[in-house]
Design a protein around this ligand. Structure first.
Ligand code: 13P
Ligand code: SF4
Length: 301
């Protein structure tokens, strides 16, 4: 059955001149058929360079929107339109405009997990893999960091010459990991290194051996000699980790590390959306141009 679906998708991709991009958190069945798998930054760059006319973005809405902002001439499809990111919804352009008035001297650094409208209100974007470099590049000594308070707090500790004002957003998935989870796992596997995503709470990040984006965690694991490794990010990452490291055992920091939005997209959804060309992402051109500037500054760094 699955093989039939895979064959159908290959034919459709050829017919529509389409490419499939998948985030590291997608279901295994999606990662199996993707042309490219990566973190937010890598996928944004790939979206800009692919030759195909259609990009099927298997991820959440802000990711497909980012691809559209960067590649306006491409048709960008998000197979399941309801696949959103609750953290991205924790900041609106309207609220940001009002808070900006309280901090007129601050530069707004916006995590890519945000809407096109919020990006358009920001000075520069960042992802989890370049947030420190982005903050470092800011001339002003005040940064308003939106929307993730955990990533912002991590950045603030590295950038000591600037004040980082934190928006009160967070990832509902990474925020579920508690210090008790970490202490319990460390007691069970005392010599296993702990690799976490910076969306985790500060007390988790402080205790970790490595902090990085999903792709940075994947790269780091390859270098490690350890046979047991503790992972503090969404469980979809285990697909690549297990494939690339069959001799290693991975222990998730918490069983609650599942992002339901990332799991909404199935192989059937991808086929249906591509076949019928539905769920096409559009961004208002005035908003797109401003959001593009914020993203381009980040990419050029
Ligand atoms: P990455 O950019 O590290 O892949 O993270 C995206 C994300 O949504 C993490 O929750
Ligand atoms: Fe958003 Fe968190 Fe899901 Fe990433 S894991 S898409 S930040 S809710």
């Amino acid at each position: 059955m699955k093989e039939n679906l895979k064959t159908k998708l290959i034919e459709l991709k050829k017919k529509k001149n389409a490419v499939i991009l998948a985030h590291n958190y997608q279901l295994d069945e999606i990662q199996e058929v993707a042309d490219y798998i990566g973190d937010s930054l890598a996928l944004s760059k790939i979206a800009m360079s692919v030759k195909e006319d259609v990009i099927v973005f298997c991820g959440v809405k802000f990711m497909a929107e980012t691809a559209k902002i960067l590649s306006p001439d491409k048709k960008v499809i998000l197979p399941v339109i309801e696949a959103g990111c609750p953290m991205a919804d924790m900041v609106t352009a309207e609220k940001l405009r009002s808070v900006k008035e309280d901090y007129p001297e601050a530069a707004v650094v916006c995590y890519v997990n945000s809407s096109a409208e919020v990006k358009a209100e920001s000075d520069i974007c960042c992802t989890s893999s370049n947030a420190i470099n982005v903050a470092d590049s800011i001339k002003s000594n005040k940064i308003l960091f939106v929307p993730d308070q955990n990533l912002g707090s991590y950045v603030g500790k590295q950038i000591i010459d600037k004040e980082v004002i934190l928006w009160q957003g967070f990832c509902i998935v990474h925020n579920r990991v508690t210090i008790q989870n970490l202490l319990h796992i460390k007691e069970k596997y005392p010599s296993a290194p702990v690799l976490v995503h910076p969306e985790c709470r500060p007390e988790i990040v402080e205790q970790a051996d490595f902090i990085g984006s999903t792709s940075e965690i994947i790269r780091e694991v390859k270098k490690l000699k350890d046979k047991k490794i503790i992972i503090g990010t969404e469980k979809g990452i285990l697909y690549t980790l297990k494939k690339q490291n069959p001799d290693k055992e991975f222990i998730l920091l918490s069983e609650k590390l599942t992002c339901m939005n990332m799991k909404k997209t199935t192989l059937k959804d991808v086929i249906a959306a591509l076949e019928n060309e539905t769920n096409i992402i559009e961004v208002d051109e005035r908003v797109r141009k401003k959001a593009y500037d914020a993203l381009k500054k980040m990419i050029l760094l």
